[in-house]
Design a protein around this ligand. Structure first.
Ligand code: CP3
Length: 343
């Protein structure tokens, strides 16, 4: 018998009377209980690798709000670290990594099929969650898409325009393609292991897809996500894949088929009305309330939430934000969004 969990039903293409809901970065600094657990762990990376505490912060927003999905607490940059990059977080600034810009640095990386031991605590977190989640809650695993992960591995940090990665792509295609291939292979291993540990859905975050222009968008965002999806479907048929080519704009149209994904996650750069006509016609969509409403709240939050629910009401839809909730969000606004969707 196929599962009756609302998220899995929507991912199978069912139109539900009330869309199921979860939220990107739902476990995060806007929650006092998250901040307390992070302090107990020491720092962000220690929290990611502490399976008990990572499971605890994953469950916090489920207890508080009753979301329909829990997303594994981890980070997209754990894969570069498993491949041998140094990784640390600078408070108030963000991630820093040792960089890969030459063939010699690429050759020093750990082979993609040898990353399992480093990432074992993450699979343990998934296992704990699979045992402890409420029976109606879906467990989502995730990884960064190769282009987005490559932008961090090449620049050594977040960049506004991903210029260092574009430069390597233009000037040393061999090293760039070699890095993309390593990340793609590692991601297939990583997501397969999450599924084997109990993840019921996986999501690929291509947060910087929007900066790929012309044919590069297909070559470096769509194609690698398609390769990962195809490999996962072969090993784990029936496990849905959500793809998030953030910033794709009009190129969200056709993305279901081009990637082979069950669901396309939308940012708030496209209107729900446009996306219902051009993207949802091909399958389930997820999104796409601007995360700023979690800071500002009020009537605008309520009317925008209603508008999005209505626009996507005739097809399969998972309600979500257009990007992650920010640390300055008010937890009461999250409740208001949920009450509006479910009310
Ligand atoms: O959504 C969830 O609740 C699951 C956990 C999750 C985190 N990061 C936890 C996190 C997920 C799915 C991610 C994905 C991620 N990580 C992305 C892709 C999605 C996106 O937001 O575009 C990216 C680009 C990263 C890399 C990353 N991790 C950055 C740039 C930062 C610093 C930015 C910031 O908000 O401080 C992180 C840190 C991070 N990852 C935090 C959390 C909860 C904040 C860390 C803290 O507690 O200080």
């Amino acid at each position: 018998m196929s599962s009756q969990k609302p998220i899995l039903r929507a991912l199978r293409g069912e139109t539900l009377p009330t869309p199921p809901i979860w939220m990107m970065r739902q476990a995060g600094r806007y929650l006092p209980e998250y901040r307390a657990t992070r302090q107990k762990a020491g720092d962000f990376l220690s929290l990611c690798y502490n399976s008990e505490l990572a499971a605890e912060v994953t469950l916090q927003p489920i207890r508080r709000y009753g979301f329909d999905a829990a997303i594994l607490f981890a980070d997209i940059l754990l894969v570069p670290q498993a491949l041998g990059a140094d990784l640390w977080f600078v408070t108030g600034e963000g991630p820093r990594l040792s960089t890969i810009t030459s063939q010699a640095e690429l050759d020093k990386l750990i082979p993609a099929d040898a990353i399992h031991d480093h990432l074992a605590p993450i699979y343990d977190t998934v296992g704990i969650l699979a045992k402890n989640l409420p029976k109606e809650t879906t467990l989502i695993g995730f990884a960064g898409a190769p282009w987005t992960v490559a932008t961090y591995m090449i620049a050594g940090q977040g960049t506004p325009d991903q210029a260092p990665a574009h430069k390597l792509k233009a000037e040393n295609r061999g090293v760039f393609d070699g890095l993309m291939e390593r990340i793609t292979d590692a991601t297939i291993h990583y997501l397969s292991a999450q599924i084997e540990a109990g993840a019921e859905v996986v999501k690929l975050f291509d947060s910087w897809a929007g900066s790929l222009e012309g044919p590069d968008f297909d070559t470096y965002s769509i194609a690698p996500m398609g390769r990962i999806t195809a490999a996962l479907k072969e090993r784990h048929p029936g496990v849905p894949v959500i793809a998030f080519p953030r910033g794709a704009g009009s190129r969200f149209e056709g993305a279901h088929a081009a990637i082979g994904a069950d669901c396309i996650a939308l940012d708030d750069g496209v209107s729900a009305e446009w996306a219902a006509a051009h993207v949802q016609k091909d399958g389930c969509v997820q999104g796409n309330l601007a995360s700023s409403h979690m800071v500002t709240g009020g009537d605008a939050l309520v009317s925008e939430t209603r508008r999005i629910v209505e626009a996507f009401g005739d097809g399969p839809h998972i309600f979500n934000l257009g990007h992650g909730i920010t640390p300055d969000a008010d937890p009461a606004n999250v409740q208001l969004m949920i009450d509006t969707v479910r009310g």
